[in-house]
Design a protein around this ligand. Structure first.
Ligand code: RUQ
Ligand code: CUA
Length: 661
């Protein structure tokens, strides 16, 4: 509900026009909604204590800005990976090392709205290397390294507003894409909002991904009319080399969109031939335009992120690049666009449409060859709807949003308004099953369900509203996911579990593809952090004017040094803390009294830095925040702060090895 800005009265009007009656999402409460699930359902999702789940699920945190990691089928939460938002638990965005990850052309932006996790693929199959996720509000894409489950890079997307149709990958992760949801002046300038249709544009951005390092870069942008590009998926198999972006607001309106952007019977799916784009780039047929955007990368050897500002982008203009983009008419205000595992069927989920149209990729190619064009818009041919249609799923439900596939010839579509998942057959378009959701389902996910090889065993529906499903928690209720067993003919609901923030999309992958590569420690000998102390002998405190660098180590169960004197009011103190442990699962934490900051949570072999500005004299304790051994409580120390004009010498010590100076 929060995501999809559909106002019910408008939808109701639209649907009445279509001769349909409205079943409200929360009026769905049927018999099975209230009762407990049968014990066979509980057994189906039960993973005994000490045993592993079969799949990882990466679920977007929506307005939490983060990415959470669950096990399937148990629904157990393993980790919340901080991506776009500060996370005090892990010190993310608070420590000096990760701050640069959140840098943008607008400065430090400590939050975003994260919608679509997308796993990297090789040959159209998930490969377990990276998970990408989009930042919607201040357009960005993040790359999470799945050996460490940490954010490794965040790149800003220039000339965009609302990076929603993102970051869907191509078959070999050649690119992840970013289509702008909001039209914006291109480049940004001071113009009347009413000049929307003329002055505003919609950019589709291709971000290249380095095969080895994963390093992202803006490869090129395609400049299109200022439709609202909503979602995307790339082709696979026969349609490899293409990406499909849905659009709404082909009316090019800039006010009261709930009415004004619902005028056309059909909007478009923009089909971009990115292989052709590569040719045009090679031939130099692009315009280089100024743009300001940040590319922030975390370096695992220095344990530190660096932000680089970039200032140019290559832009392709369809009028000058024939064959680059085609519009596929699609009823009506389509939200999701999904490509089946063979790459032949392109499913447009027209949220205001009574039926669901499926396009045929073969027919798209034929229509292009035969020039079966309805018209041309700003250099983009509009293909004839009848010529590209593969089939229509008749009256499947109300408000279709997203579709995934099981690899056995079936498609599963979510319906927001009628609050259900509907299973239908590719090719015959008949509906074979439907299952209610509690309530108002948005995305759905089948592990590998948008790849060439889905694991068609489970389906996760992600719901916007939970109402009466959980214990109440005041006005704000949890969002949730529901797990269905889809191994048989009929879908079976086997588990409800709450989610962190609003779940949008998710990705699932066999645990076996990730477990082996998962990192346990950072080898201390590879630590290239400029302020690391790689052993207690290297622990020291250095004054440079009024800046004080503390090179500190931690190991069960003490800090070195643990007594520091000679710090003065007004100093800028940096605690560079290195965890000397080399065992799995032995982090230590660090915090100091009065720090206007979060703790540090430091993994074995890692160095992190906490900034502290003491504002009063006294002796202040610091301690380890993570219960690390039987003597964890003893893992503590003091820093003495003297007046600004004090002559107390700078000293530090640990036990009898004092003073270490
Ligand atoms: S959206 S509930 Cu942000 Cu992907 Cu469709
Ligand atoms: Cu180290 Cu607790």
């Amino acid at each position: 509900m929060k995501n999809l800005m559909l106002k019910k009265p408008i939808l109701m009007a639209a649907l009445t026009l279509m001769g349909l009656s409205l079943v409200t999402s929360c009026g769905q409460k049927g018999a099975s909604a209230s009762g407990a699930l049968g014990s066979d359902a509980a057994a189906a999702s039960y993973v005994p204590p000490g045993e592993f789940d079969e799949f990882y699920a990466f679920i977007s945190g929506g307005f939490s800005g983060q990415l959470s990691v669950y096990g399937l089928p148990s629904g157990r939460l393993f980790k919340v990976i901080p991506v776009f938002s500060l996370d005090a638990e892990k010190g993310y965005g608070f420590n000096e090392e990760t701050k640069p990850l959140l840098n943008t052309s607008f400065g430090f932006v400590p939050w975003d709205d994260a919608h679509h996790p997308e796993l990297s693929q090789t040959d159209g199959e998930t490969d377990g290397r990276w998970c990408f996720i989009n930042g919607n509000n201040t357009p960005r894409i993040a790359r999470i390294d799945l050996t460490t489950f940490e954010t490794a890079e965040i790149i800003e997307i220039p000339n965009s507003g609302g990076n929603h149709s993102s970051p869907f990958t191509t078959e070999n992760t050649e690119y992840v894409v970013a289509g702008t949801r909001f039209g914006v002046p291109f480049p940004q300038k001071d113009v009347a909002i009413d000049s929307y249709a003329k002055e505003f544009k919609g950019a589709l951005t291709y971000i290249s991904v380095d095969k080895e390092s994963g390093n992202m870069d803006v490869a090129f942008q395609v400049l299109l009319p200022a439709f609202n590009y909503d979602l995307a998926h790339s082709g696979k198999g026969k349609s490899h080399g293409w990406t499909f972006f849905t659009s709404y607001n082909t009316e090019l309106k800039n006010t009261l969109l709930e009415v004004n952007a619902s005028q056309h019977d059909k909007d478009f799916i923009a089909a971009v031939n990115w292989k052709k784009a590569e040719e045009y780039i090679k031939q130099g047929k692009f315009k280089e335009m100024p743009a300001r955007y940040a590319d922030n990368e975390y370096d695992e050897s220095t344990h530190m992120a660096k932000s680089t500002m970039k200032d140019k982008v290559k832009v392709l203009i369809p009028e000058e690049c024939p064959g680059l983009v085609y519009f596929l008419p699609t009823p009506k205000s389509p939200h999701g666009v999904d490509v089946d595992p063979t790459g032949e069927y392109i499913v447009g989920n027209g949220k205001l449409s009574a039926d669901m149209s499926v396009h045929s990729f073969d027919k798209v190619l034929k229509a292009i060859e035969n020039k079966a064009f309805e018209t041309t818009i700003e250099g983009v041919p509009v293909l004839k709807y009848e010529e590209i249609l593969a089939g229509v799923v008749q009256k499947p439900g109300l408000g279709p949003l997203h579709t995934e596939f099981d690899g056995k010839g079936n498609a599963y579509t979510t319906f927001f308004i009628s609050s259900e998942v509907v299973k239908w057959k590719l090719g015959t378009w008949e509906i074979v099953d439907r299952a209610p959701c509690y309530y108002s389902v948005g995305h759905l996910m089948i592990p590998g369900g948008d790849s060439k090889k889905p694991d068609g065993k489970y389906l996760v529906a992600m719901n916007k509203i939970t109402k009466d499903r959980y214990l109440p928690t005041g006005p704000e209720l949890t969002q949730s996911a529901q797990l269905y067993d889809i191994s048989g003919e009929k879908m079976k609901l086997i588990l409800d579990f709450p989610t962190i923030g609003e779940p949008h999309y998710a990705q699932g992958i066999a645990a076996s593809k990730i477990i082996e590569r998962s990192k346990k420690i950072y080898p201390i000998e590879e630590n290239k952090h400029p302020y690391a102390a790689l052993g207690e002998k290297q622990a020291k405190v250095v004054r440079e004017g009024n800046t004080v660098h503390v090179y500190m180590t931690m190991i069960r169960s003490h800090f070195a040094p643990d007594n520091i004197e000679g710090v003065k009011v007004g100093d800028k103190v940096y605690f560079h803390v290195t965890n000397l442990e080399q065992d799995w699962d032995t982090p230590h934490g660090f915090s100091v009294m009065g720090a206007r900051n979060a703790e540090l949570l430091i993994m074995p072999g890692q160095t992190e830095t906490l900034f502290w500005e003491p504002d009063r004299v006294g002796v202040f304790p610091f301690y380890c925040t993570d219960f690390c051994s039987a003597l964890h409580q003893e893992m503590q120390g003091y820093v003495r702060v003297s007046p600004a004009n004090s002559t107390v010498p700078l000293t530090w010590k640990l036990g009898d090895k004092a003073p270490v100076q």
